[in-house]
Design a protein around this ligand. Sequence first.
Ligand SMILES: Cc1cc2nc3c(=O)[nH]c(=O)nc-3n(C[C@H](O)[C@H](O)[C@H](O)COP(=O)(O)O)c2cc1C
Length: 388
Amino acid sequence: MKFSKHPLHTKEDMVAASYFPPWFSIAPMMDCTDNHYRTVARLMSKHAWLWTEMIAAETIVYQEHNLDRFLAYSPDQHPIVLQIGGNNLENLAKATRLANAYGYDEINLNCGCPSPKVAGHGCFGASLMLNPKFVGEAMSVIAANCDVPVSVKCRIGVDDHDSYKELCDFIYTVASQSPTRHFVIHSRKAMLNGISPADNRRIPPLKYEYFFGLLRDFPDLRLTINGGITHIDEVNNALRLGAHGVMIGRACYRNPWSVLGHVDSAVYGVPGTGLSRRQILERYQVYADSVLEKGGPNKPTLRTLVKPLLAFFFAEPGNGLWKRKADAAMQKCTTMKSLFEETLDALPDSVLDALPSEVSPPGEDIFAGVHDLLPPPYNSIEEIILCV
Ligand SMILES: Cc1cc2nc3c(=O)[nH]c(=O)nc-3n(C[C@H](O)[C@H](O)[C@H](O)COP(=O)(O)O)c2cc1C
């Protein structure tokens, strides 16, 4: 499927042409990928693309006089993508215009969230996939109100609308009716029958063959694969198989060191940040204490600032003890410095001073045989239907 009028999101399109391409992205995660998490993540990888949590267009519009709280970030976080959610064209337009001033590198529309709070209330999140024409219109409006590339993050289907053809129809409609050239595909469908968002990331099976079918059938689009990827070797496998980008969510949150510590060297082929965990904590402490010192109505709690560190020592000796000590320290400490003074003795120097070690061996090949499972090409499906 050719969309030659609109070129791919090239390096030249990017706000700073010095960024590496989005071969690796940390997925948007509500209540997780906030400024604090992104600060830690950037200390582990200079080149991973960071994503905000989804921010509703209405929040941006109604908080017009308090926008820094939702949209400000440190310049170190580039390259960074803003994800917005919404179903009202006027609000999407205004929210994008307001957000544009913050210099994000890409603006993305959420078409994948299955939360009943989002999807159940008037076609927002994953249920937008049922209305591709609207998404095309929304993406045109978003693109018209910002200076950067725009993208869509979606599932491979919704409820019974889960055929490959329906997915292709969605992508085709959106790409042909708007300047959207980048799609992030969470490779499982969304079930809007009331199962929880967490179950919606576990129960519907992953169908990577749909993603690779899209790569074959839409050669002019940029496609990022997402869902169930946990290991850096799987990232490189997906890129070798033709994916333009790979996005990881939960593994970057639950075991950040083992994933993010390897992104620069193993994916981008350049030296990593060279920082040990101790050095990362020292830098994060300066950040966290400056945020606490600033005060003001949006001042986070110490607990909020510690949250992105809770999986930092995953599976390491001293991890459990450190978390218990941190929990107790949060009751009385008022600075990150004092919290670290009270708790870091729970961890051996060998853990604190280590650099990311060798990449551990991957498990089974999650993409094995995917090319044998590819759905029939989209064009041929259309021909079959026309012939019937
Ligand atoms: C706690 C949590 C919050 C999430 N919030 C968002 C969100 O705001 N926007 C979005 O598009 N996806 C959201 N997701 C979905 C992830 O971006 C990603 O698509 C999903 O977790 C599958 O990737 P993974 O298997 O690598 O985790 C969230 C996932 C989790 C676990």
